[in-house]
Design a protein around this ligand. Structure first.
Ligand SMILES: [Ca+2]
Ligand SMILES: [Ca+2]
Ligand SMILES: [Ca+2]
Length: 189
């Protein structure tokens, strides 16, 4: 393989590594956490599992500042899942909401009229999961049925790319050195 080709491949791989986490946003002026708006639509439970498999969790929005940061950073993610849920035995729409973390349910930003256990009006307590409201272009929340397929916001306490990227990078470098060595040996032969 020509050196030129090797370096073109190398450059392409580096660009790909760089872009793999391009969707991460660091709230440097706030809690120091990282956020990602995942564009795959899943039900609430599957979104929760996917976030955890990525070493994060569905976003837990505990202050007005955090809500503003997430809403503006992701350009108004209407309808996106967040990490709030309600105990299914509670009959009042407002009662007994929780975050999936240990954070207290202290600050809220409900859309007026939400939570409403809306849906078809037949099933009691039908809407027990939290997301940004999907009807108004404003940073307020609604309760939704878990089976809705929605995009979702992931929050990370620390940068999740710090572990995989250096590993991938060094693996890549050692492969590149091997290729260069091979090319040189071929030339010499
Ligand atoms: Ca948070
Ligand atoms: Ca409910
Ligand atoms: Ca609702």
């Amino acid at each position: 393989m020509e050196m030129k080709k090797i370096f073109l491949i190398a450059f392409g791989a580096l660009v790909m590594v760089g872009q793999a986490n391009a969707a991460l946003f660091h709230w440097a002026d706030g809690n120091g956490h990282y956020y990602e708006y995942v564009q795959t639509s899943l039900n609430w439970h599957d979104a929760k599992i996917a976030a955890e498999e990525a070493h994060g969790y569905l976003a837990v929005i505990t202050t007005n500042a955090e809500n503003l940061f997430v809403w503006d950073t992701f350009n108004h993610p209407m309808g996106a899942w967040l990490g709030g849920y309600q105990h299914p035995d509670v009959s009042l729409p407002y009662g007994s909401w929780n975050w999936i973390t240990d954070d207290g349910w202290d600050w809220t930003e409900w859309q007026p009229g939400e939570p409403n256990d809306g849906g078809d009006g037949v099933e009691d307590n039908a809407e027990n999961h939290l997301g940004y409201n999907s009807n108004y272009d404003y940073r307020t929340w609604g309760d939704f049925h878990y089976s809705n397929l929605r995009k979702y916001i992931v929050e990370y306490d620390t940068n999740p790319s710090l572990v995989p990227i250096p590993a991938a990078f060094w693996l890549f470098c050692s492969g590149l050195l091997g290729l260069i060595g091979l090319a040189r040996r071929k030339k010499a032969a």
